[in-house]
Design a protein around this ligand. Structure first.
Ligand SMILES: CC(C)(COP(=O)(O)OP(=O)(O)OC[C@H]1O[C@@H](n2cnc3c(N)ncnc32)[C@H](O)[C@@H]1OP(=O)(O)O)[C@@H](O)C(=O)NCCC(=O)NCCS
Length: 133
């Protein structure tokens, strides 16, 4: 699993108990996953269909640096299933895990359409080998 995005937990991200608000974390994950799906499926018209049980394993505190990991686990006909893990960047302690996030590939009319992808695409660019996946 690749951890693409890092977040610095700030005061506006906290719940009244002073730890990272779950809704904020889910918004970050949804955006991370849709970007992953858009890149993998090569289509900007992708929507969240299903998210399985969410396990908030441990809390994050103000000032923590966390990282979001997404990995494709199944390429369906119109769907892409991914799993997600969020962890503390420094301690590597798991903060959250989600087994299944299902996104659906849509056509211009908003209907599911086959994406024809079968496996993870690893794209490289330029001379510095920056990964695009
Ligand atoms: C996404 C949407 C167009 C799919 O419509 P649909 O009638 O369910 O489409 P289908 O039944 O053809 O299913 C499409 C794919 O989703 C999968 N799917 C449907 N329901 C599922 C579920 N509950 N869990 C997992 N996968 C599911 C199907 O297996 C299919 O995948 P496949 O083609 O790879 O086999 C429709 O449900 C929708 O518009 N939902 C709202 C999306 C949205 O607004 N998301 C943002 C949430 S705030």
């Amino acid at each position: 699993m690749n951890f693409y995005t890092r977040k610095w937990v700030k005061p506006e991200d906290l719940n009244p108990n002073g730890s990272l608000f779950g809704g904020t974390l889910l918004r970050w994950i949804d955006e991370e996953a849709v970007i992953y799906a858009i890149v993998q499926l090569g289509n900007p018209h992708v929507v969240t269909k299903y998210i399985s049980e969410i396990n908030f394993v441990s809390s994050a505190q103000q000032g923590d640096i966390i990282e979001l990991g997404i990995e494709a686990t199944h390429f369906g006909t119109t769907s892409l299933t991914m799993r997600c893990e969020v962890r503390n960047k420094i301690t590597r302690k798991t903060i959250l895990s989600i087994d299944k996030l299902v996104f659906v590939n849509l056509d211009k009319d908003g209907n599911p359409t086959p994406h024809l992808k079968k496996e993870i695409t690893y794209a490289y660019m330029g001379i510095d080998n920056t990964r695009l996946d």
